[in-house]
Ligand binder design. Structure first.
Ligand code: IMP
Length: 438
């Protein structure tokens, strides 16, 4: 009776996103019956390189690249239907079989007015007295989650299949939103089309036709798999330091993007979540605003950006780059209960004379090795570095640990020792084959 213990494995980003989770999920997916997204929406950007061809998805789970594995968008996600259809068309156009997609009827819809509201709020914060803009992806994520919490103005995926109820709700919601955001729109004119109930309803009817075959109760679907003894792989989006409760608030996303969100966002009970694989880059990056203690706003940072091609998958924005922050990484391992680590993009660090690892913060009240997720407090810390020798050799062709340069081994051993979790996967390039798992 009940689901077997530890039947779900999580793959979670440990920094500020873009760690390379998509690649790890793609590698592991063939061993699982399903890959399941539990949070976020089209703000995420996962890229997978197969036989030299790069595939980018935002909403479709990375498991889609394996026809025998279901790709599930769980109830905790917020779904931009137009974006989802665009991704499905693009994948199908490349000859991929997308019939394994499943979409929770209880996920919430991101509608045009959410994206308009996201942009209006960001514009209102920029240059305002009240502080800085968050630097969101403007994909409507925050406003859609706010509506979910507010309840009176939310629309769920399942509503697409109930056109009468959908029409009733949408007419009321668009009217309310338009008058509420008229005030913000005084500075930036309201995009009336984004609040036009008739236009949205027409589009929703098309989306309903297109998405109906995929919409289902994904909680029962997942439990049925678990009861049959079939394991599922949980695909984190965004990352731990962007978690709305445990990240660098308020410069975070609007969902629980650490492993703590898995249960609520999928219906999988916590005791069935076993292994949590933590994915991190060999250095740190961040897009959008917010504190970043080890940021290198100098030629070294620019070199990491160039070597790592650190430009956003979703927005194309250049990513801020810096040294690896072990204080933050150990905190992320702690809150996620990480059991194994995957270090990504180690190849990017080749050629640096020396590498710095941040092992503590200096604060006004002394030195600490504890992370603070409060943005203001984190803004005020100064990193304390431990210098490691660099490695000159390029790593992109290395296929086993034994062939890694001694200084690269020393670098990853020091990280594992500091955070107290073994590093089992070392990635040295974007392709599936550029992964050391021995
Ligand atoms: P939002 O999720 O669009 O509201 O953006 C909030 C913050 O999270 C911004 O700083 C974004 O740049 C950041 N963010 C959201 N999703 C991702 C991601 O998948 N990778 C990196 N940053 C992200």
């Amino acid at each position: 009776m009940g689901t077997p213990r530890a039947a779900a494995t999580g793959v979670i980003g440990l920094q500020w996103g873009d760690e390379g989770k998509g690649k790890i999920i793609d590698l592991l997916a063939p061993d699982f019956a399903a890959t399941v997204r539990f949070n976020g929406g089209a703000n995420a950007g996962h890229s997978v390189v197969i036989d030299g061809v790069r595939h980018a998805t935002h909403l479709v789970p990375s498991g889609i690249f394996h026809p025998a594995t279901l790709a599930v968008i769980g109830n905790g996600c917020v779904v931009d239907g137009d974006q989802l259809v665009r991704e499905l068309d693009a994948l199908a156009g490349k000859g991929l079989d997308v019939s394994g997609l499943r979409l929770s009827d209880r996920a919430h819809l991101v509608l045009p007015y959410h994206k308009a509201e996201d942009a209006l709020r960001e514009d209102a914060m920029t240059g305002g007295q009240s502080g800085r803009a968050i630097g969101t992806t403007k994909r409507g994520i925050g406003p859609a989650y706010a509506d979910k919490a507010t309840r009176s103005t939310s629309i769920r995926v399942g509503d697409l299949l109930r056109p009468e109820r959908l029409e009733r709700r949408l007419r009321r919601v668009t009217q309310m939103k338009k008058s509420m955001f008229g005030a913000l729109g005084a500075a930036t004119p309201l995009d009336n089309e984004a609040f036009d109930a008739d236009a949205i309803l027409r589009n929703c009817a098309a989306l309903a036709d297109r998405l109906a075959p995929y919409i289902t109760d994904t909680t029962y679907l997942i439990h049925d798999l678990l009861n049959e003894g079939k394991p599922v792989l949980i695909e984190g989006a965004n990352a731990t330091l962007l978690d709305v409760d445990h990240g660098t608030y308020p410069f975070v996303t609007s969902s629980n993007s650490s492993a703590l969100g898995i249960a609520a966002g999928t219906g999988i009970p916590p005791r069935s979540i076993g292994d949590v694989i933590g994915v991190f880059k060999a250095y740190c990056t961040r897009v959008g605003a917010g504190p970043f203690p080890t940021e290198l706003d100098n030629p070294l940072g620019a070199r990491i950006r160039e070597r790592g091609n650190e430009f956003g998958t979703t927005t194309g924005r250049p990513r801020r780059c810096g040294w690896l922050d072990l204080v933050a990484l150990r905190y992320a391992c702690m809150v996620n209960g990480v059991s194994r680590l995957a270090i990504m993009l180690l190849d990017v660090l080749a050629g640096f004379e020396a590498l710095n690892l941040c092992t503590a913060y200096k604060t006004a009240s002394g030195t600490t090795d504890r992370f603070t997720p409060d943005a203001d407090a984190l803004e005020g810390v100064t990193p304390v570095y431990e210098e490691m020798p660099g490695f000159g050799e390029e790593l992109t062709g290395v296929t086993s640990r034994a062939d890694l340069p001694a200084n690269a081994v020393q670098y990853i051993d020091r990280i594992a020792e500091f955070v107290g979790v073994p590093i089992e996967i070392v990635s040295v390039g974007p392709d599936r084959v550029q992964t050391i798992m021995d």
